[in-house]
Design a protein around this ligand. Structure first.
Ligand code: NZQ
Ligand code: ZN
Length: 394
């Protein structure tokens, strides 16, 4: 295991009706003038927004509303939010929604405290040291942004989807009421589940030795997902299964299962080009990319770790003579599971085009160099993975 620091100071407030306490948590963490940031329709339609604003009123907190965050959140609304916060002297941002709303809130929070263009944090030109405090009321188990120091935004000029990281954007508190996720369409539930599993796999595939504790934690989350997700696809109102999935989404991405080990993240980088270009759900893009990345990697690594995944997570029998064959069985089991919950298998099902592969590779920006991770990828490797994803079958 490698040396590490782990500081995850978010206060998690979990369970039924807890959104009614949003106002008291904003107050506890120093807010007095609040920007309530939300998405398209769902938070209004379900009455959640009214419950949250009522709890702010109860604590005599002033607030302004900024809705309209779209999935794969865009830079335009971030600029608008920064202006609004400065004008209203906002000192706390409350995100009510999913990863897109939370990421947009985090971008605004960094931008308000910065003299330059907020995009500098996403282009790698600058690192945020200060941000307006952010709290969240989560409505979908997926991105893990409720516990992470990350934010992903799409720059409208050129459709570049990029991430920024800083501990200053880790939420002060996150309210997780699993019942709020019961209104999700099955497709969004499945996209979220895929993202959660992908966050675990990005950490699981490592070259670091002797990481038994994080290996086993990763496997525990993956087994939980295999067990619980079909339950909520069959019965959206299964509160207990929703609760397990919601907490899995948090622990999958606040890095408790990723510490002390090299991580990969190549599948996420490959996927971000798909959701930027076609505006598809991040989880659906991952459903197509991640097994294709596994296929590629199983040909370019000794296969033992992937065979371990196949055995411990998907219950495949170990073929000691041919671990690659075991790895391949695990990859197909993963693909079949994703298809069984309604996820796309290949480019056509996702709505992506094979002819766009050169453009995707160009935008990915691997150039003539190599990415890091479990297996380093060059331009040829990136092209091959997109081709495998285009042609995949179950
Ligand atoms: O806008 P509304 O009407 O709320 O609809 C949303 C949206 O259409 C809907 N929804 C959310 N909660 C609902 C609901 N519908 C009914 N009932 C509810 N309770 O679901 C749709 C998707 O929402 P979104 O916020 O986009 O989902 P998700 O949480 O998957 O976030 C995806 C974004 O997070 C980024 C992704 O790239 C993508 O842009 N990620 C952020 C990460 C982070 N900050 O740490 C890490 C991830 O790897 C990921 O890259
Ligand atoms: Zn993700």
């Amino acid at each position: 295991m490698e040396n590490f620091d782990f500081c995850s100071p978010t206060h998690f407030v979990f369970g039924k009706d807890r959104e009614r306490e949003a106002g008291s948590y904003v107050k506890k963490y120093g807010g007095s003038r609040v920007l309530v940031h939300f998405g398209g329709q769902s938070a209004k339609k379900s009455g959640l927004l009214d419950r949250v604003t009522a709890s702010l009123q109860q604590e005599n907190l002033e607030y302004a509303l900024l809705g309209g965050v779209k999935p794969n959140p865009r830079s335009g609304l971030v600029y608008e939010g920064i202006e609004l916060c400065r004008e209203k002297k906002i000192d706390f941002i409350l995100a009510v929604g999913g990863g897109s709303v939370i990421d947009s809130a985090k971008a605004i929070a960094m931008g308000v405290e910065y003299d330059g263009d907020f995009w500098d944090f996403y282009s790698g030109k600058a690192k945020a040291a200060k941000a307006v405090p952010v709290g969240t009321v989560l409505t979908i188990a997926a991105a893990g942004s409720e516990g992470s120091g990350d934010s992903v935004i799409t720059l409208e000029e050129g459709d570049y989807k990029r991430g920024a990281s800083s501990d200053c954007i880790r939420p002060k508190f996150s309210i997780l009421n699993p019942a709020l996720t019961q209104t999700l369409p099955a497709y969004q539930t499945a996209c979220g589940a895929t993202d959660i599993m992908a966050h675990v796999f990005e950490r699981y595939f490592t070259n670091t030795k002797d990481v038994e504790i994080t290996d086993r934690l990763c496997e525990g989350i993956l087994l939980t997902m295999l067990n619980e997700v079909p339950k909520v696809i069959a019965n959206p109102d299964d509160y207990q299964a929703r609760a397990n999935i919601m907490w899995a989404g948090m622990v999958a991405h606040n890095n408790i299962v990723g510490v002390g080990r090299e991580q990969d993240w190549n599948s996420h980088d490959l996927e971000h080009e798909l959701s930027a270009l076609y505006d598809v759900a991040h989880g659906a893009g991952l459903a197509v990319i991640m097994p294709a990345w596994m296929d590629y990697v199983s040909e370019h690594h000794d296969s033992m770790r992937m065979a371990q995944m196949a055995v411990r997570v998907f219950g495949c029998e170990m073929d000691f003579e041919n671990p690659k064959a075991t790895a391949k069985k695990g990859i197909q089991a993963f693909r079949r599971f994703l298809a069984s919950i309604g996820m796309p298998v290949n480019f056509a099902e996702l709505g992506a085009k094979k002819e766009d592969i050169p453009l995707l590779v160009e935008k990915h920006g691997v150039g003539d160099g190599k990415t890091g991770g479990f297996v380093a990828l060059d331009r040829q490797a990136v092209t091959e993975i997109y081709e495998l994803a285009a042609a995949a079958e179950i």
